[in-house]
Design a protein around this ligand. Structure first.
Ligand SMILES: NC(=O)c1ccc[n+]([C@@H]2O[C@H](COP(=O)([O-])OP(=O)(O)OC[C@H]3O[C@@H](n4cnc5c(N)ncnc54)[C@H](O)[C@@H]3O)[C@@H](O)[C@H]2O)c1
Length: 235
């Protein structure tokens, strides 16, 4: 049977590549996003504001019902702000933590009963290199992604004995809409030089690793936070 997959943030840069990767493999995919996918959808679409836990549970429930179950959850939706530590407001903190971290918990809670009952399932949370190496100007973003890694490990520890695996992917710099408003050509050159491979990541780089983690080939991996950074960080 083809995999039944939910991808949050599947209308955006990395999320759209993840959707395409699973669809190419014959999976049935439900996208949960606040905006519709730009391309002609090869997937189901459920409009949702992931900042709202009730709306999120509603959308996950509808997606599971439409798919007839769930094998894979990919939490990819996220927001980024470039703000120095002294200038982060409580509203900034709440927005970034609500969408990046709390919504990850809520979707994990929403799919877990079905996966635990089936004694099978794989969850892949898209964190960030910032979780391991939080940089200046993104303190609240780094904190939100560290929380995503912590939730990943907690899920792996609690649900592994029921056949459910939980892993995280930590991308480096990927040229998408995210951060585009504060990104200069100089930034791109500087960041590219940080990778031994001499380039930034593509959405497909993240999609390939995400797909691998959810596949049987990744069957002995759980609780991991895998860097997809072109070697910018190695721990
Ligand atoms: N682009 C990078 O350099 C980079 C690096 C490391 C990690 N990441 C992570 O990868 C993931 C995807 O990032 P991206 O670069 O594709 O970003 P993006 O901005 O291109 O896409 C993000 C998607 O999330 C959706 N989204 C945001 N808030 C939402 C909400 N409240 N409700 C529903 N949907 C919402 C957006 O509509 C969009 O489709 C994010 O979690 C991000 O933190 C990105």
């Amino acid at each position: 049977m083809s995999q039944r997959v939910i991808v949050t943030g599947g209308s955006g840069g990395i999320g759209a590549a993840i959707v395409e990767r699973f669809v190419t493999d014959g999976a049935r995919v439900a996208v949960l996003d606040r905006r519709a996918p730009a391309a002609e959808p090869a997937s189901l679409f459920f409009s949702v504001d992931l900042r709202d836990p009730l709306d999120t549970r509603r959308a996950v429930g509808e997606a599971i019902a439409a798919l007839g179950g769930i094998d894979v959850l990919v939490n990819c939706a996220g927001v980024f702000q470039h703000v120095s530590l002294l200038d982060i407001t409580v509203d900034d903190w709440d927005l970034v933590l609500d969408i990046n971290a709390r919504a990850t918990l809520v979707t994990m809670q929403a799919v877990a009963p079905v996966m635990l009952e089936a004694r099978a399932g794989s969850i892949v949370n898209i964190a960030s290199m910032a979780a391991k190496q939080g940089g200046g100007g993104e303190g609240h973003y780094a904190a939100s992604k560290a929380a995503v890694v912590a939730l990943t490990r907690a899920g792996a520890q609690e649900w592994g004995c029921h056949g459910v695996r939980v892993n995280a992917v930590c991308p480096g710099y990927v040229l998408t809409d995210m951060g585009a408003d504060t990104r200069s050509d100089d930034d791109v050159r500087t960041w590219s030089a940080k990778s031994p491979l001499g380039r930034l990541g593509a959405p497909e780089d993240v999609a390939g690793v995400t797909h691998f983690l959810a596949s049987p080939a990744g069957g002995y991996l759980t609780g991991q936070a895998i860097n997809v950074t072109g070697g910018m960080i190695m721990h």
